[in-house]
Write a protein that binds this ligand. Sequence first.
Ligand code: PEP
Ligand code: MG
Length: 329
Amino acid sequence: LRDIVTEHSHLPAETQDGQRISLHLNLGLDVTHDYLKTLNIDGVGLYRSEIPFMMRDQLPTEDEQTEMYQEVLDQFPDQPVVMRTLDVGGDKPLPYFPLKEDNPFLGWRGIRLTLDHPEIFLIQIRAMLRASIGKSNLRILLPMITSTSEVDEASRLIKQAYFEVAEEQGCEVGVNLFQPQLGVMIEVPAAIYQLPAMASKVDFFSVGSNDLTQYLLAVDRNNRRVASLYDAYHPAVLASLDEIARRCEEIGKPVSVCGELAGDPGGALLLVAMGYRQLSMNSYNVDRVRWILRNVRSSTLNVMLAKALQARNPDQIRKMIAEKMESIG
Ligand code: PEP
Ligand code: MG
């Protein structure tokens, strides 16, 4: 099967009836591996900037961060690179930043923490902007957004950093320093109901199906006792993903999915049926997802999705997907 899959790797991710899907990469640690250059992808959909922070014993300086981000932007010079701002807290502790909470997943996480520490946020944004001088591929993504006020506050800081960097580095705004497109992660259920309110404030949305599953089902994604309840194939999760796709279509904003579901071939089929046209995943899933997409017709996916949305439990949905996979071969 591996050979059949890799035979397709140079071809576009396109369904048999010509629906083109953009495949993007999720990146964390190994950003400069040569293997990544060989992948036929459309860009980086999620650079988890917290990973290098977690590997150190103190906060990286602005210069160190600038260098880190430059490496990533240079690796994909002609493609968009979505850099997510620091998403620590929850299951991602920083060894040098005390975070002890009773309910860390409901606590000081992602944008909540960085907006309370604007100096950390500003240094990170300044470093991203400095790394982007002379390039136009940087996009910035905000994690754990719950309210529009967080988007406003983050935008204000990003603007401040932008003009500071432009002046300090002697850049010409819009010539060699571009204002990066701004996106928001949809991973807290409340954000689904804020989509229209956020539409005028951002350029794109990216669905974090890992956290969305956790928060919709009220199941800690790392607690083994309830692991069997954590399931992105839960009909409620699929219904909300479907709803997000519809709402984004209505408000005319691009939306991608960057949680694990997008890199799961069965999940990718359901997401494409819902209308998602951008999927972001780990490197080892790219060709598997491409292969499955190249072997289906959108119309048959719509039938499968309609049935999945009527299902009573995740097992029924898994069975449906398994049958579909079997019919493909
Ligand atoms: C998500 O929540 O789906 C996501 C992509 O972010 P992370 O897994 O890093 O929380
Ligand atoms: Mg998340």
